[in-house]
Design a protein around this ligand. Structure first.
Ligand code: FES
Ligand code: FES
Length: 163
């Protein structure tokens, strides 16, 4: 039998108490209930990466995560990536500069994945970026530009850290 209960999801630093069926995925909770439609549903079974968000700073596929699993943890979506004054995150700005998207549907997932990829220390070479970004599919074929954007953002963030 379907069960509903109020779940407290902490999304982009804000509490969202949502009455949810316990079977609801994090992706559907974000999109349908919290009305954050940045995370996209390309496949709903873990193959495309369009639904990538962060939980406690780590990238996860929100279509394969139950909302219940994300309770009391820090969820970050593409909407929460820019600074308080809406300054773009270094990865967002680099995607713009390098034309690393076309239709934009894979882009929120690509960017969330790229931020985590850099934080994991997996952005040291183009080959490494390609490998660790391979969970995010782009039908528009923006891959070369995505690699260039991730490389540049990684470099920039590194310089900022050591400055
Ligand atoms: S929608 Fe989650 S991996 Fe495709
Ligand atoms: S920009 Fe269209 S799928 Fe990647």
């Amino acid at each position: 039998m379907a069960q509903q209960r109020v779940m407290r999801l902490r999304i982009n630093g804000k509490d969202h108490p949502l009455a949810l069926d316990t079977r609801v995925t994090l992706l559907d909770a974000l999109r349908e209930h919290a009305h954050l439609t940045g995370a996209k549903k390309g496949c709903d079974h873990g193959q495309c990466g369009a639904c990538t968000v962060h939980i406690d700073g780590e990238r996860v596929l929100s279509c394969l995560t139950l909302a219940a699993q994300a309770e009391d943890r820090e969820i970050t979506t593409i909407e929460g990536l820019s600074g308080p004054d809406a300054t773009l995150h270094a990865v967002q700005a680099a995607f713009l500069r390098h034309d690393a998207f076309q239709c934009g549907y894979c882009t929120p997932g690509q960017i969330m994945s790229a931020v985590a990829c850099i934080n994991e220390g997996h952005a040291n070479s183009d080959d490494e970026i390609r490998e660790y970004m391979s969970g995010n599919i782009c039908r528009c074929g923006a891959y070369p530009f995505i690699v260039a954007a991730v490389r540049e953002a990684a470099q920039q963030l590194k310089e900022e850290q050591t400055a």
